[in-house]
Design a protein around this ligand. Structure first.
Ligand code: ZN
Length: 239
């Protein structure tokens, strides 16, 4: 790993080589503000600096977006957006059970991060239950069960078993608790539509946009959330 100075700031650079089918060298900023370069095996860059210099405006833009993202913390008292609403979250030694009001959530002092994660997971499950079955009913979609998990690379995923119909299910990421409800809705509709089309082809998008006309806008918005970063706030270790 190297370090480079960009706009007077030291930035880590992680370089990897992709031996698969990747055609071009890629560069991005990860949720920790590090530059990640993925070379192809035919790469012409022997040193990352010129490649980075070529992409400075793009990198700067990504770093700025990162700064704007509201970082949820669960320290003594913190302000955090949950399902699009602002809450002050704190721990209190005077209570034995969680107290939730319109703008605040108090956790018993004994609550660990995994207790908090479980609480948020249960809450998300209640919300998903309503959204999920609402869309199934309204659009007469196939019903499969859903689970909530912590995954590092997706917000939702649809499993279609080729053998048994009973093994089909959908998984949603616990980190969805940090995004606004309208984006949670988009993830639900996206995964439910995969039961009809197991790809991202035109007919899949026609299906999704038939239900949510601004689905692609929502998808873009969702991608501005840093999954890895949010998971870390839930006490989920980095990969
Ligand atoms: Zn998909």
């Amino acid at each position: 790993m190297r370090e480079l100075i960009i706009n007077h700031k030291e930035i880590k650079v992680i370089e990897t080589t992709n031996y698969d089918l990747q055609k071009y060298d890629t560069i991005r900023v990860n949720s920790y503000g590090e530059i990640v370069i993925e070379y192809t095996c035919y790469s012409r860059w022997s040193n990352p600096e010129p490649f980075i210099k070529k992409n400075i405006p793009f990198i700067q833009k990504q770093l700025d977006t990162l700064k704007k993202t509201i970082l949820p913390t669960f320290k003594n008292e913190s302000v955090v957006y949950l399902l699009g609403r602002k809450y002050t979250v704190y721990r209190s030694k005077r209570i034995q059970t969680v107290r939730k009001t319109k703008n605040g959530i108090a956790f018993p002092r004994s609550y660990t991060i995994s207790n908090i994660r479980q609480y948020l997971k249960d809450w998300l499950e209640d919300v998903l239950d309503i959204i999920y079955y609402h869309y199934i009913k309204k659009y007469n979609l196939e019903t499969v069960s859903f689970h909530i998990i912590e995954a590092h690379s997706y917000w939702g995923i649809c499993h279609r078993s080729r053998k048994s119909h009973f093994k089909d299910y959908i998984k949603f990421n616990t980190a969805l608790i940090f995004v606004p409800i309208r984006l949670v809705e988009y993830v639900v509709v996206h995964e439910l539509c995969h039961l009809k089309h197991m790809n991202h082809g035109q007919s899949f998008w026609d299906e999704v946009e038939g239900i949510l006309p601004d689905a692609k806008k929502k998808r873009k918005l969702l991608h501005s959330y840093h999954l890895e970063w949010l998971l870390e706030r839930l006490g989920v270790k980095r990969r």
